[in-house]
Design a protein around this ligand. Structure first.
Ligand code: COA
Length: 260
């Protein structure tokens, strides 16, 4: 894969590890990074060797401490909207990825960092992780989907409280609220994510893509999620992997899936 400046990428055993590489700025998400992330996502979508991705931040302190505040200088309404729209488009590609994406939250996940983690399918937090949407302290609101995905994940009341108080919450609180799926020691964070990824990889890839698609349908305007599920179920039945999965069950052997 091409070399990036704001991201480090590594494919090991089919898992793409994406590391946000701006440790001196607590991995703040600048425009260049959003562009490079978009390119990496194209690789995730198109490269058959890659079965899923883990996103983390470089260093022990931050996953990502938000959008890069230094780039807000001179911003006006039109460029502000364009910035938010660009972030939305890229984060939707994470959310809608047919391959699983797990956030390995290794420290501060604030503002855009929290929004990036929320766009991923699952979030595993290290014990030192801190989540929050502090934008109102800057006279802003979240612009990368935070007002929507936080409500989806933890409910309106708690979301409004975090969004309006700008409070940071620790990993244990994030776990209790459902923002984090798991909390683990920092030294086993990536290994834990890989373990979850390997479980997902052991099952039928088309079924995984259809689970993601159907769950996301619940939150899409004008889309009937139940109808989306009916269609996705039908499409699964039409796959070779469905035949293999059900045949292997009857024959009491391990299924070998081909992703078709
Ligand atoms: N954008 C740009 N730079 C950022 C940043 C951001 N969101 N978050 C941190 N940085 C930079 C700091 O400016 C500093 O750079 P410098 O060394 O060149 O001055 C460096 O990262 C280290 O941050 P610092 O604030 O010194 O670390 P800290 O441990 O004292 O505080 C935080 C950590 C996360 C509490 C603090 O950095 C912070 O509040 N960041 C902004 C969070 C935020 O508001 N995010 C939403 C943005 S919309």
């Amino acid at each position: 894969m091409k070399q990036f400046t704001t991201l480090l990428t590594e494919i090991t055993d089919g898992i793409l590890l994406i590391t946000i590489n701006r440790e001196d700025k607590l991995n703040a998400l600048n425009k260049a990074l959003i562009g490079e992330l978009d390119e990496v996502l194209t690789e995730l979508y198109n490269n058959a060797e890659i079965k899923g991705a883990i996103i983390t931040g470089k260093g022990p302190k931050a996953f990502a401490a938000g959008a890069d505040i230094a780039e807000f200088k001179g911003i006006d309404e039109a460029s502000g909207k364009a910035l938010a729209k660009r972030g939305h488009d890229v984060f939707f590609r994470i959310e809608n990825s047919p391959k699983p994406v797990i956030a390995a939250v290794n420290g501060f996940a604030l503002g855009g960092g929290c929004e990036l983690a929320m766009a991923c399918h699952l979030r595993v937090a290290s014990e030192n992780a801190k989540f929050g949407q502090p934008e109102v302290k800057l006279g802003l609101i979240p612009g990368y989907g935070g007002t929507q995905r936080l409500v989806q994940l933890i409910g309106k009341g708690k979301a409004l409280e975090l969004l309006m108080t700008a409070d940071n919450i620790d990993a244990a609180t994030a776990l209790r609220l459902g923002l984090a799926n798991h909390v683990v020691a920092p030294d086993v964070l990536i290994e834990t994510c890989k373990g979850i990824m390997n479980k997902i990889r052991a099952v039928a890839p088309v079924a995984i893509a259809k689970v993601i698609e159907s769950v996301n349908a619940h939150f899409k305007d004008g889309v009937d999620g139940f109808e989306a599920e009916v269609n996705a179920f039908g499409q699964c039945v039409n796959t070779t992997d469905f035949v293999e999965g059900t045949t292997a069950f009857v024959e009491k052997r391990k299924a070998v899936f081909i992703g078709k």
